[in-house]
Design a protein around this ligand. Structure first.
Ligand code: MD3
Ligand code: FE
Length: 218
């Protein structure tokens, strides 16, 4: 038996380095929990804070529907992008991040080289066929030293992995059900987006893609 085989623990996820500080862990989401457990946890968030299409500062309705969990939630409206402690639709605090999702995020961060990651915000994105996210940077968070951990579920998407400037050429990275990416270090402020979703059907989630992003926002 080789040293590598002997060193295998409960699992040793295949990892793809996308760039400095950015690590793709294929199917990592199901290493500790069954997919149904994770989907049920997302359902508890959506029951307390339903998906909604937010309006950009420029007045456009986002094709991606969103909600949040955690002490802070990301919102946009005509007055701008920001994090808020309450859901503006209900004026109640955002639901707590379910513990299985918190554990998933910190285990993934650790696997990507970021020990001690405790997110205070979980943005949940829902893409139906044709929904997209144009190239942008995530810079409403207070501390760029913390990574962002993303979890993809449901039908596949093509992720656009750009550079430090909007016009830098973007690499296309297919993301599938259960894939987790840790975006930290020099990759934290790179431009990124998602191409319009192709119509497809997932056995558990139907005709949609859910993406969770765990952040340290405050
Ligand atoms: C790279 N979401 O919610 S997740 C977003 O698939 C967002 O829904 C996309 O971009 C989605 O802001 C992409 C991957 C991701 C998230 C944050 C990043 C990649 C990132 C922050 C910095 C660099
Ligand atoms: Fe983003």
């Amino acid at each position: 038996m080789t040293t590598r085989q002997l060193s295998l623990g409960a699992f040793d996820p295949p990892r793809e380095e996308l760039g400095p500080g950015a690590v793709l862990l294929r199917r990592f989401a199901f290493s500790y929990d069954e997919e149904r457990t994770l989907v049920a946890a997302i359902d508890t968030i959506v029951e307390a804070a339903p998906f909604r299409h937010m309006i950009t500062p420029g007045g456009f309705r986002m094709s991606v529907a969103m909600t949040n969990a955690g002490a802070l939630g990301w919102v946009t409206d005509l007055s701008g992008y920001r994090y808020t402690p309450r859901d503006p639709e209900s004026d109640r605090p955002w639901p707590a991040i379910p513990s299985c999702l918190l554990r998933l995020a910190s285990r993934a961060a650790k696997s990507g080289g970021f020990d001690g990651f405790v997110p205070d915000a979980c943005l949940v994105n829902r893409y139906e066929p044709e929904a997209r996210m144009t190239l942008h940077q995530d810079k409403n968070e207070r501390d760029f030293a913390a990574p962002i951990v993303s979890v993809s579920l449901g039908i596949p998407a093509v992720f656009l992995w750009g550079g430090e400037k909007r016009n830098d050429t973007a690499k296309r990275v297919p993301l599938a059900h259960g894939d987790v990416v840790v975006w930290g270090g020099p990759s934290r402020l790179r431009f990124h987006g998602v191409l319009p979703l192709k119509d497809d059907e997932h056995p558990l989630l139907g005709r949609q893609r859910l993406n969770l992003t765990f952040r340290k926002a405050g």
